[in-house]
Design a binder for this molecule. Structure first.
Ligand code: BTN
Length: 317
């Protein structure tokens, strides 16, 4: 891919590619077929050479890294054409001492995970499936604010590219457009009781899906479905990681940053205040949302008084 992108406008002979990557021409043919199977538009064949028919919107480190210089996410970007779950590889890499700021991106996930036992629909090259590894010096009870910051980063990345789209944040980990889910965030961590070892923030963003399986149709949307146009996943990933870098660095450096995240989350969420809800794994908890507490937990005014939602799924009533 790197060679074809570097010679984007010309035909590169199979012999040259073979020499440059230290293999034979039949292996080059096999690799080209593999890239075509993965959706890359390549013209040509072994006797003439190969060229890209269009610049692929792949989330390759070579495309992203130059634009992420100066952020914590510019140095260790891992890209997979097909993987089980980027959160799973990120958690494994973290336990093997991968550095903070490592990014794991996939074109396709075969076992994308959502909160609880949910799966994340991860069709090839239409969404952003991204996990980042952080090593914040925080107690586990403060980690929720990272999920909220990731939601804000998604919100501002979308708005930076098309300010007409107004996403709605749903506590704690969803981004909605027109009431349907466009993004989900899965934050996982390894921690001692008082100290976080590492956190993986996994972001699944529906970008260019033109349809969803029947069971998701009523609840899921994509940026393309919401706007009628195709989005550049590369541009959006860069905007997202830059925005997340800003939020994260502020959080570590500025004592007022957490309060700012909570305030902005509440401003961008239609449901965090004044919405009648029930908490699904806690059926007796039902009431009207009343904002977030100082750590980012949702408060609900119930018949028995003000309650703080520490876990479970919040659903509108
Ligand atoms: C949810 O809404 O329940 C959270 C969905 C999180 C999906 C993302 S896609 C990238 C990362 N890898 C995973 O397996 N899950 C997260």
């Amino acid at each position: 891919m790197r060679l074809l992108i570097a010679h984007a406008t010309v035909v590169v002979s199979g012999t040259k590619i073979a020499e440059e990557i230290g293999t034979g021409r039949s292996e080059v043919w096999r690799l080209v077929q593999q890239l075509r199977d993965l959706g890359v538009d390549i013209a040509g064949h072994p006797s003439t050479g190969y060229s890209l028919k269009s610049m692929p919107d792949l989330l390759l480190p070579d495309m992203l890294a130059p634009q992420l210089q100066g952020t914590i996410f510019g140095k260790h970007i891992h890209h997979y054409y097909k993987i089980g779950s980027t959160n799973t590889v990120a958690m494994e890499a973290a336990s093997a001492d991968a550095p903070e700021g490592s990014v794991f991106l996939a074109e396709q996930q075969t076992a994308g995970r959502g909160r609880g036992a949910n799966q994340w629909h991860s069709a090839r090259s239409v969404g952003i499936y991204c996990s980042v590894l952080l090593r914040p010096a925080l107690p586990p009870s403060d980690v929720l604010v990272l999920t909220l910051a990731a939601g804000l980063a998604v919100h501002s990345a979308i708005q930076e590219i098309d300010s007409r789209v107004v996403p709605d944040l749903k506590w704690p980990n969803d981004v909605l457009i027109g009431g349907k889910k466009v993004c989900g965030i899965l934050t996982e961590m390894n921690a001692e009781v008082t100290r976080v070892r590492y956190v993986v923030v996994g972001i699944g963003l529906n970008v260019n899906q033109s349809s969803f399986p029947a069971d998701l149709e009523a609840i899921a949307t994509s940026l393309r479905l919401a706007t009628g146009t195709e989005w550049s996943r590369v541009e959006l990933s860069v905007a997202l990681l830059k925005s997340l870098d800003r939020e994260y660095r502020n959080l570590l450096e500025d004592p007022d940053a957490a309060a700012s995240i909570l305030r902005r989350f509440q401003e961008r969420s239609s449901s965090v205040r004044g919405q009648r809800v029930e908490v699904v794994e806690n059926p007796e908890l039902e009431g009207v949302t009343e904002g977030l507490d100082s750590r980012g937990f949702l408060q609900v005014r119930t018949a028995q008084g003000l309650r703080t939602v520490l876990s479970g799924t919040v659903k509108p009533r």
